[in-house]
Design a binder for this molecule. Structure first.
Ligand code: ADP
Length: 266
């Protein structure tokens, strides 16, 4: 059975006298354990689609069935429960609190949860999340003491805190260099393969779509193509083939020193 099933999904924003048709009738099924890359030009409806799937927004019309339940029939409270317990969100800008340590950032959703989880339990769960993304040793660092990739991993750890079965990510590699992007995709692939978490990831980068199991392309509020990825890229293998970060940095430093020496020599 599909975890996510949408039919004739439409979303129209009304801004003053203007109607913006962000989704014009989208149908799709996502199976448990899929890793869906959602792509398409800016303004094609990707974020709108993801916000509706994440229960952050409601469609104007159409059907959305999540784990067999009709989302349009859920009360506000039930929607909040779904959002908090079944779905994790990761955004491009990380959205970490800057004056707060990594572990506190990860604990944050529990602090605002209605489940009233005690401090010790919050801490334990946040440490477990940080371990999954390989950042246990950075738990007390503040965001400005972490690289972009590490910050995104903290954001992923935060998204995992409630043990969601679905992760939604909006341009999670948007601000990251190539190597760091591969490292972040490695985390998503591990969560998908080892933990069976269903992932939907928005990206406008063709390279990034290839880490998924399937690519759905949007244009003008419609899905215009939907294909399984035949040659899925595996971030783990690519990272193993790259020189280590230290070796790459040492090579950069040596190159810079050589340029300086040449300049000095005239
Ligand atoms: P994408 O994520 O592919 O860039 P979006 O889903 O953000 O596309 O936007 C689809 C269309 O809906 C665009 O024309 C955008 O300007 C419009 N839109 C998105 N959010 C809103 C909003 N809150 N109010 C009005 N228009 C919006």
């Amino acid at each position: 059975m599909a975890v996510i099933s949408v039919r004739n999904l439409k979303k129209t924003y009304v801004v003053g006298d203007i109607q913006v048709h962000a989704l014009r009738g989208v149908a799709s099924d996502v199976e448990q354990g899929e890793f869906l890359a959602v792509t398409g030009p800016s303004g094609s409806g990707k974020s709108t689609f993801m916000h509706i799937l994440g229960c952050l927004d409601r469609p104007t019309s159409g059907q959305y069935i999540l784990d067999g339940q009709d989302v349009s029939k859920m009360s506000k409270d039930d929607l909040a429960k779904v959002r908090n317990h079944r779905i994790g969100f990761v955004f491009q800008g990380f959205n970490l609190l800057s004056r707060t340590s990594a572990i506190e950032n990860v604990e944050l959703p529990l602090l605002y949860s209605r489940d009233h989880i005690k401090g010790a339990e919050r801490h334990k769960r946040a440490m477990a999340s940080l371990e999954i993304v390989g950042l246990l040793d950075r738990s007390h660092h503040h965001p400005n003491q972490l690289s972009g990739g590490q910050q995104q991993r903290v954001a992923i750890a935060r998204a995992l805190i409630n043990n969601p079965s679905i992760l939604l990510a909006d341009e999670p590699t948007g601000n990251l260099d190539t190597r760091t992007s591969i490292e972040v995709m490695d985390v998503f692939q591990r969560l998908n393969i080892e933990r069976g978490i269903t992932i939907l990831l928005i990206t406008h980068e063709h390279d990034i779509t290839q880490y998924g199991t399937r690519t759905v392309a949007f244009r003008d509020g419609h899905i215009v193509s939907d294909m399984k990825n035949v040659n899925r890229r595996m971030a783990k293998d690519e990272l193993a083939a790259l020189p280590s970060r230290e070796a790459a940095e040492a090579a950069d430093a040596a190159a810079a020193a050589s340029v300086s020496a040449k300049l000095a020599a005239g």
